[in-house]
Design a protein. Structure first.
Length: 158
């Protein structure tokens, strides 16, 4: 809507990051069409490994990356079509292959509203699964938090 576009413009003028995690596909496309700053998807899945209407398409992954943003891959079943670290790692690797490894991160959604297969102590399982997927140490460091730290340090006001 016009009001929504105005809100995005105002957020960007204040150097806020727009998070499109709970937006509809149309709203996602609208934000990406007008974004002048990095866009964040704090927690989501990708259609390439788990095809449902909530997850992002390859084109949306590319467009988030084109803004300089970061896509956080969630840990719950409908995000990754599985309930284990391998499913998360598969989705992370897929997203990195489409958007670039510098635009992907973990997006657990540990807020309690969805069932996830493990808590923060299980993140080592994701690291092991990423190694099994063939990712190297430098890429894993980016995926496990480096990309988010970079985005925040470059994008937020001092």
């Amino acid at each position: 809507t016009d009001k929504g576009r105005e809100l995005v413009r105002r957020m960007e003028s204040r150097r806020m990051l727009v998070d499109i995690a709970h937006a509809s596909p149309r709203a996602i496309d609208d934000v990406l069409a007008m974004a002048t700053r990095p866009v964040v998807v704090s927690h989501t899945g990708v259609k390439g490994t788990c095809d449902n209407n909530r997850n992002l398409s390859d084109e949306q992954l590319r467009r988030v990356a084109a803004t300089g943003g970061v896509i956080g891959i969630g840990f719950w079943d409908t995000a990754v079509c599985g309930e284990d670290a391998r499913s998360v790692a598969r989705a992370v690797k897929y997203a990195a292959g489409i958007a670039g490894v510098e635009h992907v991160a973990l997006g657990s959604d540990f807020d309690g509203s969805v069932k996830v297969p493990f808590d923060t102590s299980g993140e080592a399982l994701i690291t092991e699964a990423l190694i099994a997927e063939g990712l190297g140490d430098a890429d894993i460091a980016l995926l496990m938090g480096g990309n988010v730290l970079r985005l925040l340090s470059e994008s937020l006001p001092e």
